[in-house]
Design a protein around this ligand. Structure first.
Ligand code: PEP
Length: 249
């Protein structure tokens, strides 16, 4: 069911000490906030520890990525069953850093979407255009192509009760967020694109905005009708800033 979701993407940051301290602070800061689901996505090696530190709290656990194989000779990989085993609910896929640095294709990301759904976990599909694509007026074309990779293989109903994060690449980690109006226009495009194929899925899909969301700009972004919370990078590493974003949602 569609609801606001604020998720912290810790990226490649953390230590056992930091996991303990940050989760303790978050439990304090966000435990009484109602009306918005909260999740954190620490590095894979700390998921199990984070799950224990989160015990009894209302904060859900997310992973930053997954492999597509179940088990076997795939050195260095993590499977969705392993993520499930340690209590993960959400799995981020298609983040621009993985598309760029690991050359992940739309098709490979669609494969990940399928294995996550099959395991009963919730995919958080990141999509979004680069600065050059934005300047060339290709934002909708790029978002449609990234969505269509999933739509073509699985059909639009697969988006029911899943999460899409619209993250313009030019806004990630740059301090240059999309304006509420810019983000709303793309979020509406995404929802309408899915609705053309399946209205029920479009109504239920959570569409987060991501890209330099912070304590100062979150509230205005969340006034927009198609923005259902945020995927937060840098600001999720500071409990007080993250709490302001959660409260704004
Ligand atoms: C992200 O990496 O998902 C992200 C949105 O990062 P930041 O908030 O730092 O721009």
């Amino acid at each position: 069911m569609r609801h606001p979701l604020v998720m912290g993407n810790w990226k490649l940051n953390g230590s056992r000490h930091m996991v303990h301290e940050l989760i303790a602070a978050l439990r304090n800061e966000v435990s009484t906030v109602a009306g918005c689901e909260v999740a954190i996505a620490p590095p894979a090696i700390y998921l199990d520890m984070a799950k224990h530190e989160l015990a009894g709290s209302r904060i859900a656990l997310g992973a930053q990525d997954t492999g597509t194989n179940v088990s076997g000779a795939f050195t260095g990989e993590t499977s969705v069953e392993m993520l499930k085993d340690v209590g993960t609910k959400y799995v981020i896929i298609g983040h621009s850093e993985r598309r760029t640095y690991h050359k992940e294709s739309d098709e490979f990301i669609a494969e990940k979407f399928a294995v996550i759904k099959e395991a009963g976990l919730v995919p958080v599909l990141c999509i979004g255009e680069t600065e050059a694509e934005n300047a060339a007026g290709k934002t909708e074309e790029v978002c449609a192509r990234q969505l269509d990779a999933v739509l073509k293989t699985m059909g639009a109903q697969v988006f029911k009760d899943t999460v899409i994060a619209y993250e313009p690449v030019w806004a990630i980690g740059t301090g240059k967020s999309a304006t509420p109006a810019q983000a709303q226009a793309v979020h509406k495009f995404i929802r309408d694109h899915i609705a053309k194929h399946n209205a029920e899925a479009a109504a239920s899909v959570i569409i987060q905005y991501g890209g330099s969301v912070n304590a100062s700009n979150a509230a205005e972004l969340f006034t927009q009708p198609d923005i259902d919370g945020a995927l937060v990078g840098g600001a999720s590493l500071k409990a007080d800033a993250f709490a302001v974003i959660v409260k704004a949602a």
